[in-house]
Design a protein around this ligand. Structure first.
Ligand code: ADP
Ligand code: MG
Length: 547
């Protein structure tokens, strides 16, 4: 029987694939995931440091934001990529807490590795972790405090502390609260959809301001056009206002100066008629994605129309959303109902720093934040910090629940999970204990990054919690364990629950893998030469912008 089945060895795997199995596979994955967690750990908390990331062409990003660091790191290892995914999920669902989620996942895996070395099977660990996370979510819900609008500033301050936004903390805190509140709509705060963040070169971070409307980083097309139009009726076009070029190649022979003049007049007349038809709709402001030539500008300026040409696609989208305009492709096809409305359209600024403000839009939820900064990478980092702060304020407006920050919830969870573990038996108990230890990595890292002793801090915190002060966290500025609620260090409940969910999911997924099959990396030389970007429809070289 055996003889019949034996014979040639069967090759199931491509020789170019490498295979790693069992504990070795788990070890590989955990090491990679841990390396990722270690890379972002030093940025955690108000005293965390920033990272400078430089890409192959020399562009630089300086950031403290977990999700951005991981995105810029260009990570190759598959398990490490899962950690990047956690940061992205955390960012999507809660807007903040990305570093904490990655640090927690890394530590959950680290603790799991020790358990596996003690011969606890990975499935027992994942079961234990899953029990621990369900319990942790319950405890967090119990710990949560109902919040009203007066805590919003502190929520924003906690998110902004320790970032470059520290340069103008108070004005930025107020700005975030005001902006988030202004877009509240039926109990929801949609930061991504409604808030436009624009960078204005020059000035200082302190000048960063709120604009009730949309700001477009462009100047009006011609200086003879009005600088300001009140009660604006806005036409948005994806066609140019210019002398039309003939479709076929044709030659017009001009033999005298009179004929030349006549030809010019004829061209002007054609454009003029089109502008006339367009303005019949009642439009007094025009935004177009395409060009406006000299004749077009002349025709518009003499009728007192405000026009902006060569708007980017995303600018057009913002204008459409804010003003209720409809994009039209033919000049004489614009009807009154295609027009958008705003109280004021105005060009402001001097020299090269002119921008067009569209204020009092039909959609009152369209608002902008104008970041003033001398350096683009500073503005970028402020934008990321503001985005976090706007999202956490939004979370609290939406859910009305907060918890203390500064490591307080993590210490409290650890204590309660250890108690809960005693109700479980065997291996799951070990896993829940490990989960509790992993949570304490958050206050430990905040302390370490502030130059404090992690163990001393943890002992202080545990002491206060055992005395019943469940909101005791680390005041990084004094180095002491203090009541975070009194200090105003508070965070949305949603950030903390999402950290638990994202970190547990990722750690469990990585732990369930016991076999890695990796294909050999193919260099660009192996790619079919036809499969280049140019080969695909829709991916074309960007058009050259004429002025
Ligand atoms: P994340 O990406 O996880 O939000 P951060 O670098 O923003 O990382 O750090 C967040 C942690 O820092 C949270 O645990 C938060 O409670 C804590 N934190 C924020 N402000 C303070 C403060 N003033 N004192 C102590 N801890 C703080
Ligand atoms: Mg944060």
């Amino acid at each position: 029987m055996a003889g019949q089945l034996s014979g040639q060895p069967i090759i199931i795997l491509d020789k170019d694939k490498t295979r790693t199995q069992g504990k070795e596979a788990l070890g590989f994955n955990i090491t990679a995931a841990k390396a990722i967690a270690d890379a972002v750990r030093t940025t955690l908390g108000p005293k965390g440091m920033d990272k400078m990331l430089v890409n192959p062409v020399g562009d630089m990003v300086i950031t403290n934001d977990g999700a951005t660091i991981l995105q810029e790191m260009d990570i190759k290892h598959p398990a490490a990529k899962m950690m990047v995914e956690i940061a992205r999920t955390q960012e999507d669902k809660a807007g903040d807490g990305t570093t904490s989620a990655v640090v927690l996942a890394g530590e959950l895996l680290n603790k799991a590795k020790t358990l596996v070395e003690q011969n606890v099977h990975p499935t027992s660990i994942t079961r234990g972790y899953s029990l621990a996370s369900v319990k942790a979510l319950e405890i967090l819900e119990d710990m949560a405090i109902d919040a009203s609008d007066d805590v919003l500033e502190n929520v924003a301050r906690t998110a902004l502390t320790g970032k470059s936004a520290d340069l103008a903390l108070d004005p930025l805190v107020q700005l975030c609260v005001k902006t988030a509140q202004s877009i509240k709509d039926g109990g929801r705060v949609n930061v991504k959809e409604n808030i436009n963040i624009i960078h204005q070169r020059g000035g200082s971070i302190k000048d960063t301001k709120f604009v009730h409307g949309v700001v477009i980083d462009k100047a009006r097309a011609h200086k003879n056009m009005p600088k300001k139009v009140e009660n604006a009726r806005i036409a948005v076009l994806d066609t140019g206002i210019e002398v039309e070029k003939t479709q076929i190649t044709s030659k017009v022979q001009i033999t005298s100066p009179e004929l030349l003049k006549e030809a010019r007049l004829e061209e002007t007349k054609l454009v003029d008629e089109k502008v006339e038809a367009l303005l019949k709709s009642g439009a007094n402001v025009i935004f177009t994605e395409k060009g406006i030539d000299d004749i077009g500008m002349h025709c518009l300026a003499k009728r007192g129309v405000f026009a902006v040409r060569r708007c980017k696609d995303e600018e057009i989208k913002k204008i459409v959303k804010a003003t209720g305009a409809r994009v039209v492709s033919v000049l004489d096809g614009v009807e009154e109902e295609d027009l958008g409305r705003a109280d004021i359209v105005e060009e402001r600024g001097v020299g090269n720093y002119k921008m067009v403000y569209i204020e009092g839009c039909e959609n009152p939820k369209a608002v902008s934040i104008l970041i003033y900064s001398g350096a683009e990478h500073v503005a970028d980092e402020i934008e990321r910090a503001l985005d976090d702060a706007l999202r956490v304020v939004g979370d609290v407006i939406e859910d009305g629940k907060i918890v203390a920050g500064g490591g307080a919830p993590e210490v409290e969870l650890a204590i309660k999970l250890r108690k809960y573990a005693t109700t479980l038996s065997g291996r799951e108990q070990l896993a829940v204990m490990a989960y509790a230890d992993a949570l304490e990595e958050i206050p430990k890292s905040i302390a370490e990054n502030a130059g404090l002793d992690a163990i001393d801090t943890l002992v202080d915190l545990r002491n206060m919690h055992s005395k019943g002060i469940s909101t005791a966290g680390l005041n990084v500025f004094t180095g002491k364990a203090e009541d975070m609620l009194k200090l105003g260090v508070i965070e949305p409940l949603r950030v903390k629950t999402q950290i638990i969910k994202s970190a547990t999911d990722a750690a469990s997924m990585i732990m369930r893998i016991d076999d890695i099959l990796m294909a050999k990396e193919t260099g660009m030389m192996d790619v079919n030469p036809e499969h280049t970007a140019d080969y695909y429809d829709g991916i074309q070289a960007p058009p050259i912008e004429e002025d």
